[in-house]
Design a protein around this ligand. Structure first.
Ligand code: KG4
Ligand code: ZN
Length: 335
C-alpha cells in the first residue's frame, strides 16, 4: 500500500511517499529557511505564499524519486494542525484535490502525533517494533513540550505539557538575542559544541504542581537578561555561554522525562520533535537514563512528511478512519 504524505504546518513544504508501515520511498523537503532567516522567526504570510509556490513542484519531485505515478497512490495523508492556518490550508487543498481527482481516500492527521511516528519509520530504532509498549514519549518542538504515555499504536495519555513556552521557543529566542536567525536550536548547538556546559548557571525550573509539567519562560527570560547584562561574555566567551544555556534546558527535559519513565515503569523512552535532533540532549539521555531511549534519525527529528504519511496509514489501517473534503485546518490542536 502506497501513502502520500503532505506536511505544510510551518515553514517547510514537505511531501513523502511511503510503502506500507514505514518504508520510505521518497522524502522531499523544500526548506523556506532563507526567506525567514532575516526576520528572526517565521513570517506567516511569506510561509503560505511560499507553500503555494512550492507544493506542486515538491509533489512531483516526491513521486519521481519514489519512481511511482499518481495512479499508484492508495491513500493521501495530510497535516490538519496544529500550525499556521494559511500554511496548513495550502497542504490541505493540495491533498483534497488529489483525493478527489484520483478517487482515493484522504486522511487529516495531527502534526504532534506525526512526530511520534518518526520513531517508527524505516531507519529509526522502532521500525517494525511492536512489543515496546508502554512507551513514554517526550515531544520537544518549536511550539510544544509534552510528556505522553503511549499505551499502544494510536493510544495515548498526556501526562503533562509546558505551562508557558516550549523548549524550542526558549532556545530560538536565546539565539535571536545573540543576533542569530531562525531556527536557533542548531545555531546554539554549534556555538556550544566545544563549550563548558557548567561555566554559567541558569535557573532550574521552580514551580509547584505536577512533576510531569514543564516551564521554560523563566529560563528564556534568564537567558535574555544574561545576554543583555553581559556583553563581555557574549563577545569573548560565547561557546561556554551557549553550552551552559543549552545544558540548563537539556537538564530540565531529561530530569522530568526520566522521572516520569520510572514512575510509569515504561519499557522505553522516545524523544521526538525538532529539539530531539540536539546532540547534548541525546548524549545526556544516554548517560543518565536507566531506561532505553530512542530517537528518530536526525533528519526526521524536524518536520517532514514521512511521519505524516505513516500516521495517516496507521489511522486508516488500524481504525479505518478517513476524512472527507470538508477537512479544515485547525491551528490549535492537542494530541
Ligand atoms: O518539530 P520542528 O521542526 O517544528 C515544529 O513543529 O515546531 O521543531 C523546530 C524546533 C525549533 O525551535 C528549532 O530551533 C529546534 O526545533 N531545533 C533544535 C535543533 N534542530 C531544530 N534545537 C536544538 N538542537 C537542534 N539541533
Ligand atoms: Zn514539528
Amino acid at each position: 500500500m502506497i501513502t502520500l504524505g503532505i506536511e505544510t504546518s510551518c515553514d517547510d513544504t514537505a511531501v513523502s511517499v511511503i510503502e506500507n508501515d514505514g518504508k520510505i520511498l521518497s522524502n522531499v523537503l523544500t526548506s523556506q529557511e532563507v526567506f525567514h532567516r532575516d526576520f528572526g522567526g517565521i513570517v506567516p504570510e511569506i510561509a503560505s505564499r511560499k507553500h503555494a509556490e512550492l507544493i506542486g513542484y515538491t509533489i512531483v519531485e516526491a513521486l519521481k524519486l519514489a519512481n511511482i505515478s499518481l495512479r499508484d497512490i492508495d491513500l493521501i495523508s495530510v497535516t490538519k494542525g496544529p500550525g499556521l492556518v494559511g500554511s496548513l490550508l495550502v497542504g490541505l487543498e493540495a491533498a483534497k484535490s488529489l483525493s478527489f481527482a484520483l478517487d482515493k481516500p484522504l486522511i487529516g492527521v495531527n502534526h504532534l502525533e506525526g512526530h511520534i511516528y518518526s520513531l517508527f519509520l524505516e531507519g529509526a530504532p522502532l521500525y517494525k517494533q511492536k512489543d515496546i509498549f508502554p512507551l513514554l514519549i517526550l515531544i520537544v518542538s518549536g511550539g510544544h513540550t509534552e510528556l505522553i504515555l503511549m499505551e499502544n499504536f494510536l493510544i495515548y495519555k498526556v501526562l503533562g505539557r509546558t505551562r508557558d513556552d516550549a523548549a524550542g521557543e526558549a532556545i530560538d529566542k536565546f539565539a535571536r538575542f545573540l543576533g542569530y536567525g531562525y531556527p536557533g536550536g542548531p545555531i546554539v548547538e554549534k556555538l556550544g559544541l566545544e563549550g563548558d556546559p557548567n561555566k554559567y548557571e541558569f535557573p532550574n525550573l521552580t514551580f509547584k504542581g505536577s512533576p510531569y509539567e514543564f516551564s521554560f519562560s523563566g529560563l528564556k527570560t534568564a537567558g535574555v537578561y544574561f545576554i543583555q547584562n553581559h556583553p563581555d561574555v557574549v563577545q569573548n566567551d560565547l561557546s561556554n555561554l551557549a553550552a551552559s544555556f543549552e545544558n540548563a534546558l537539556v537538564r530540565i527535559l531529561v530530569e522530568r522525562t526520566v522521572r516520569a519513565a520510572t514512575d510509569f515503569n515504561v519499557k522505553g523512552i522516545g524523544v521526538v520533535g525538532g529539539v530531539s535532533a540536539n546532540k547534548r540532549l541525546r548524549e545526556t539521555f544516554a548517560n543518565v537514563s536507566p531506561i532505553n531511549v530512542y530517537f528518530p534519525q536526525k533528519a526526521l527529528s524536524t518536520d517532514n512528511a514521512a511521519m505524516i504519511a505513516l500516521t495517516g496509514y496507521l489511522h486508516y489501517t488500524i481504525k479505518g478512519e478517513t476524512s472527507d473534503l470538508t477537512l479544515d485546518a485547525i491551528s490549535r490542536l492537542e494530541l
